[in-house]
Design a protein around this ligand. Structure first.
Ligand SMILES: *[C@@H]1O[C@H](CO)[C@@H](O)[C@H](O)[C@H]1NC(C)=O
Ligand SMILES: *[C@@H]1O[C@H](CO)[C@@H](O)[C@H](O)[C@H]1NC(C)=O
Ligand SMILES: *[C@@H]1O[C@H](CO)[C@@H](O)[C@H](O)[C@H]1NC(C)=O
Ligand SMILES: *[C@@H]1O[C@H](CO)[C@@H](O)[C@H](O)[C@H]1NC(C)=O
Ligand SMILES: *[C@@H]1O[C@H](CO)[C@@H](O)[C@H](O)[C@H]1NC(C)=O
Ligand SMILES: *[C@@H]1O[C@H](CO)[C@@H](O)[C@H](O)[C@H]1NC(C)=O
Length: 740
């Protein structure tokens, strides 16, 4: 049971005391089926959830009401719900924590409401949810972290909303998602990492959107997608290697405006079996290279001109057994003839003389003897020595600019200026770029940024200032860019945590400060007061020796990387102020001793990475770390004994290799534990000499041990007090690693 659940448990009891509810009573506007534990209150213009619904209810149907706002803890009195229907309830806003008590809910339907923003904590607590219907709302924005709690979700429906843009990592946390439905929005831009982390996604629906180009790179990220429906998008051309999806079998590209398709377009979709190209503007198609398994190619509704240019495709289809669907649109004698029925010999071109005659008489559209090949290009204005294209991307990467160029198209969303020589960025460096979402300024030798440099960039979400020469930041540096969520400052020379500069960034979510020269984290101007929403902080490879009390005071911080610094002890006190920390990396510090209860303050939330080097542990060092831990690696150390691992019942991975374990009765609890768990555990004896190198599982020395687990004796290395530095033999090093 984690801490949040505990808190809510207490909360439930409190509510009970203040408003006792008569059990077994059906609210008068509802009908209740007590055998099926089902309550139905449909179409009653209810403005709040009836407070007298029985606690044991598992299905609650509240369709067609007038709830408007779902407050925090809205379902606190019905914790056993598995199905909840809130369709057409006029819901405008879902408050943070609204569902927090519904840990058993499997299906949630909120279709046909008026929700416009999905907030970070909207779905907090729905840890068993499998289906979430959010279709037919007005969703324009998905805030980072909106879905992080939905680790069991299989299907997410966001169709018929008003999404224009999907930012990086928007679906982070959907660790079991199978089908993501984004049809019928207005998507015209998918960030490169929009679908990153969706390792289980097999089906993706993006049809009926505004995508002008196939999002090649973005689609390489979800590795297991087999079905992609991207039909009904205004694409005109599919170039070489446009589709690079290793597992794809079904691709729907119908009802677009495709005029041309490179024969290499699918060369990186080797498993494709069904390709739907129906209702496009294709007059010809060459044999497709890549998909060896293609069985069906649908060309229905294309103006296919059945002359000699189509012959290679026809022959290829016969040889490969590819079924061609569709019919010829011309020439007249083959018109309406099914492609499958046309024999290759009929696919002929007229003589040169006939063709020339045709060209004089008709427009070239009707002769159709020359396949279109050129990729259509639209002209857009663009500064000298830069490239701008219709996808709202502009780049001047590595062009030797010494001043930030001006005059980008006003619709530009991604501006890439990396690898230039700007040295200094004056105020108002980016006029007319209010639509820019992502700005790249890596490797630009920038050593100073004047206050207000980014003024006017009111949509800036990602800013990359990595690998420059910044030593400090003016407090006004980021003024005027209030939407900044992801800030990259790694690889600079900052000597202090730039707290004052961050104070103008209320939405900051992820902050990268790796490879700087920060030596201390001070309590002043940090975290909660400055960047209330910060969730991920990366401080790898600085020179941090101390973290003051108050320096990590943050309600939301969940990832903290402090590896490769100079810490000499676990900053237990500072960590206790980050109650939601889940992932902590302390590897590569100089921590030689982990005292009792070192992780206790965060033990309820910590479930991810923690990796120490060269430490010795108190017997109670792991106190409090229980079922939440997923992995533990203690490899390659000098351990002769191990602490009791039996409380770590959630372990999925364990690595005990390469330690010289002392195979004698004190190790019996470990041996018992090994026999008891279903994990594969490899542990080898280092002592005594006669069993050196043998697997702990295989040695027989334990058979002579007394039945009760042997008490730890003098030799145990797990000590109660810091090691005596004068006795190097008693100084094993222990690396711990906890990860998902
Ligand atoms: C529903 O409730 C609202 C406010 O409670 C009220 O204004 C409205 O008239 C009601 N509508 C119907 C159809 O009862
Ligand atoms: C081919 O495309 C047409 C038009 O979109 C559709 O009606 C038909 O079902 C498709 N055939 C197959 C086998 O997919
Ligand atoms: C730390 O940074 C230095 C200099 O940038 C680099 O050489 C070193 O490899 C980095 N160490 C780690 C562990 O990343
Ligand atoms: C923790 O830090 C170490 C050393 O920098 C690194 O090798 C490791 O990948 C990090 N672990 C995680 C989970 O980030
Ligand atoms: C843990 O630390 C060791 C040594 O520093 C490193 O080799 C290993 O990759 C780390 N593992 C993770 C995932 O942090
Ligand atoms: C073995 O597992 C059972 C239940 O899974 C548990 O009660 C018992 O304490 C375990 N024994 C050891 C030695 O870990």
């Amino acid at each position: 049971i984690d801490n949040q659940q505990c808190v809510f448990y207490v909360f439930i009891l409190e509510i009970r005391q203040h408003s006792p509810v008569e059990a077994g009573k059906c609210p008068k506007v509802c009908s209740c089926d007590s055998t099926k534990l089902m309550v139905t209150c449909v179409g009653k213009n209810l403005t709040e959830i009836p407070p007298t619904i029985e606690e044991i209810t598992v299905k609650l149907d509240l369709r067609n009401n007038n709830l408007q706002v779902l407050p925090r803890g809205a379902f606190i009195l019905t914790p056993y719900l598995t199905h909840l229907n809130l369709q057409r309830c006029n819901i405008i806003k879902v408050k943070e924590g609204a569902f927090r008590t519904l840990g058993r809910l499997v299906s949630l339907n909120m279709a046909y409401n008026k929700i416009d923003v999905l907030y970070q904590e909207s779905f907090d607590g729905l840890s068993s949810l499998k289906e979430l219907h959010l279709d037919h709302n007005r969703i324009e924005e998905i805030q980072p972290g909106a879905f992080t709690q939905l680790g069991f979700l299989n299907m997410l429906a966001l169709t018929h909303n008003q999404l224009v843009y999907i930012p990086n990592m928007a679906f982070q946390g959907l660790n079991n998602i199978k089908w993501l439905r984004l049809s019928h929005n207005s998507l015209n831009n998918l960030d490169l990492e929009a679908f990153a982390g969706l390792f289980t996604l097999s089906r993706l629906s993006l049809d009926h959107n505004e995508l002008q180009f196939f999002p090649t790179q973005t689609m390489t990220r979800p590795p297991e997608v087999t079905r992609l429906d991207i039909s009904h998008n205004p694409m005109t051309y599919l170039g070489e290697e446009s589709v690079s999806m290793a597992k794809l079998t079904h691709l729907y590209l119908s009802h677009m405006s495709l005029q041309d398709l490179s024969n290499q377009a699918l060369s990186r979709a080797p498993l494709l079996s069904h390709l739907d190209l129906s209702h496009n503007q294709l007059r010809y198609l060459e044999p497709l290279s890549g998909p060896e398994e293609l069985t069906s190619l649908n060309l229905t509704g294309n103006p296919v001109y059945c002359n000699c240019y189509m012959r290679p495709l026809r022959e290829w289809a016969s040889v490969r057994g590819v079924k061609l669907l569709g019919a010829c649109a011309g020439p007249p004698h083959l018109s309406e003839e099914p492609l499958q029925a046309v024999v290759p010999l009929d696919l002929r071109c007229r003589s040169r003389g006939e063709m020339l005659k045709d060209e004089f008489e008709k427009d070239d559209e009707s002769t159709g003897s020359i396949p279109p090949t050129a990729k259509p290009k639209q002209k857009v204005k663009c500064p000298v020595n830069c490239d701008c294209d219709v996808t709202q991307h502009a780049t001047c990467e590595g062009r030797g600019h010494t001043k930030v160029p001006r005059g980008f198209p006003t619709k530009t969303q991604l501006l890439d200026l990396r690898s230039n020589h700007f040295h200094y960025l004056p105020a108002n460096s980016f006029p007319g770029t209010s639509q820019v979402v992502s700005l790249h300024l890596e490797l630009c030798k920038i050593h100073e940024i004047e206050g207000g440099a980014f003024r006017g960039m009111k949509n800036l979400f990602y800013l990359y200032l990595s690998d420059n020469d910044l030593t400090s930041l003016d407090p006004g540096t980021f003024a005027g860019a209030p939407e900044l969520n992801y800030l990259h400052l790694e690889g600079n020379r900052l000597i202090q945590f730039p707290g004052s500069a961050l104070a103008v960034l209320p939405s900051l979510f992820v902050l990268h400060l790796e490879r700087n020269a920060i030596s201390k984290l001070e309590p002043t101007g940090l975290l909660s007061s400055v960047t209330p929403k910060l969730q991920e902080l990366f401080l790898t490879n600085n020179t941090i020796t101390a973290i003051a009390k108050g320096a990590l005071d943050s309600a939301f911080l969940c990832t903290l990387h402090l590896d490769s610094n100079q810490l000499t002890e676990i900053p237990t006190q500072a960590l206790s102020e980050a109650p939601n920390l889940e992932e902590l990396n302390l590897s590569q510090n100089s921590i030689r001793w982990v005292g009792p209860n070192a992780f206790k303050p965060i033990s309820h939330s910590l479930k991810s990475s923690l990796n120490d080097t060269t430490v010795q542990m108190s017997r109670d060092a792991l106190a409090g770390l229980g079922p939440g831990l997923r992995a533990l690696t203690v490899r390659g150390n000098q351990l002769e004994e191990l602490p009791d691992l039996s409380p770590l019942t959630g372990l999925q991975v364990v690595g005990l290799q390469d330690n010289p374990l002392l195979c004698d009765c004190p190790l019996l609890p470990l041996r018992r534990w090994m026999e008891n768990v279903s994990l594969e555990v490899i542990a080898t004896c280092g002592h005594p000499p006669e069993v050196r190198g043998q697997n702990v599982r295989d040695v027989h020395v334990f058979t002579s041990c007394p039945e009760s687990s042997a008490p730890p004796d003098e030799r145990v290395v797990v000590a109660q007090t810091p090691p005596n530095v004068k006795k190097p033999k008693a100084m094993p090093s222990l690396k711990k690693h906890y990860s998902e």
